[in-house]
Design a protein around this ligand. Structure first.
Ligand SMILES: [Zn+2]
Length: 123
């Protein structure tokens, strides 16, 4: 049941995971060249290097979210908001397959207003 419900989403997560891994790999290669070049030139691009260094980190955290989404499918908690415990809408999951927050909680997180922790369900 759960398997069928999410099979399409699972496919897109797996595809996205492949892409992300390839991108991380590509950036690491690019980064290696950049770092070697900087050493020779006496590090004139420190700021740019910071920016480039941040990219694989962002991708790695995305990769982490994707693999968490997959494992939550295994244990049947996929599509449940981490904060309020309600189901995340299918449209939202299809648009952002690795999200762990429903649209309401996401808005709270972005605004910095503290949402109620899971387990204290209120309307
Ligand atoms: Zn929520």
């Amino acid at each position: 049941m759960t398997e069928d419900k999410w099979s399409k989403v699972r496919e897109s997560i797996e595809a996205e995971q492949d892409e992300t891994l390839a991108e991380i790999q590509r950036l690491r290669e690019a980064l290696k060249c950049e770092l070697e070049a900087d050493l020779e030139e006496g590090d004139p691009h420190a700021y740019e290097r910071e920016t480039i260094l941040a990219l694989p980190r962002n991708l790695e955290s995305k990769q982490y979210s994707l693999s968490r989404a997959l494992s939550s499918m295994e244990d049947g908690t996929y599509g449940i908001c981490e904060i309020c415990g309600r189901e995340i809408s299918t449209e939202r999951l299809e648009a952002l397959c690795y999200t762990t927050h429903c649209i309401e909680c996401k808005a709270h997180v972005e605004k910095g207003t503290a949402p109620r922790p899971a387990g204290q369900l209120t309307l």
